[in-house]
Design a protein around this ligand. Structure first.
Ligand code: FES
Ligand SMILES: [Fe+2]
Length: 326
């Protein structure tokens, strides 16, 4: 059964923030269409190779600019060939005689930054507040990179990746926690949950999870394993999960290796999360019940709600020990 059409996410992420638009290696000669917080956006590279982002709608007759081509560093509409530069200015209208002037409203541009293997977009109406949050030590490692669309809003995979008690059930034959539980059963475990206004860390035996607003979760285990996930809201009830898996150290920085294969462990999460989305879409969240082990996900929800309200940025630092069987 299809879920009803949603007009908004249950827990919207911050509006004024840097979000991953596309992996740098996936933006080459052709324009790339994305949807970010309900807005259609076209990405392309200008004559200098700089990534640019414009509202994906031609001001002439409304055709998606992403259907066009990149020509001399501008994007040329597929319908009548009007061309727009990275600032959104119309540079050429093929049907105009030379003595006729171009009169066209500019297309909205989005501030762009290229950093740590991604093209980032600023979604705020004002100019960006600083650069995107850096990925620690990005240039010292090789990475495997991919993305998957999820039919659920971003809060669900964010919470899932901070959820300390799901792996033994959702990830059979896949997750170290599942194997450990098969061998020795559930053990009393203590996790420390520390929170500031913009970040949350969860530390336990062999586990280090971190959430940074608006949408990044880092899953690490010692120095050997690090997975960096971003959860970009597209339209209501959907998101894209961009994943980056740390590989070996490198002497000179290298672009991440692109993978179009969906990691099976993330596909296992997809099944439960998309199912939960259908329930929330039908019933809201009034049916939810929480236990001690949900402290990590509830703390992330508080941070997300805070980040989405720019008038209320302050939150006291907190520290809490959560005691569970896991
Ligand atoms: S619709 Fe784009 S040029 Fe006419
Ligand atoms: Fe999971």
């Amino acid at each position: 059964m299809n879920a009803p059409t949603l007009v908004a996410d249950r827990v919207p992420l911050a509006k004024d923030a840097w979000y991953v638009g596309v992996a740098s290696t996936q933006l080459r000669d052709a324009p790339v269409a994305i949807t970010l917080q309900g807005a259609p956006i076209v990405l392309f590279r200008d004559a200098d190779g700089q990534a640019q982002a414009l509202h994906d709608r031609c001001p002439h007759r409304g055709v998606a600019l992403s259907l066009g081509t990149v020509s001399d560093g501008t994007i040329a509409c597929a319908y009548h060939g009007w061309r727009f530069d990275g600032a959104g200015r119309c540079r050429h209208i093929p049907s105009l005689r030379e003595d006729q002037t171009i009169k066209s409203a500019p297309v909205r541009r989005y501030p762009v930054a290229e950093q740590d293997g991604y093209v980032w977009l600023w979604t705020g109406t004002d100019e960006p507040e600083g650069a995107p949050l850096a990925i620690d030590g990005f240039d010292r490692f090789q990475w495997l990179q991919g993305a998957m669309e999820l039919a659920c809003e971003a809060i669900l995979p964010i919470e899932n990746n901070l959820d300390i008690c799901h792996a033994a059930f959702t990830h059979p034959n896949m997750h170290p926690q599942w194997f450990r539980v098969q061998a020795v059963g559930f053990l009393p475990t203590r996790y420390t949950v520390e929170s500031t206004a913009t970040a949350l860390t969860v530390t336990g035996p062999g586990t280090h999870l971190r959430f940074d607003v608006p949408d990044r979760v880092t899953v690490a285990s010692g120095d050997a394993f690090r997975l960096v996930l971003h959860h970009v809201p597209t339209v209501a009830g959907r998101c894209i999960q961009h994943w980056l898996l740390q590989r070996g150290p490198v002497e000179t920085p290298q672009p991440p290796l692109w993978s179009s294969t969906e990691p099976e462990i993330l596909a296992q999460d997809r099944a439960v999360l998309e199912s939960a989305q259908r329930a929330y879409a039908l019933e809201g969240d009034a049916f939810e019940q929480s236990v001690e082990a949900d402290a990590t996900t509830l703390a992330a929800r508080r941070l997300i709600a805070l980040a989405a309200r720019p008038d209320a940025r302050e939150m006291p630092e907190t520290r809490r020990v959560v005691s569970v069987l896991s």
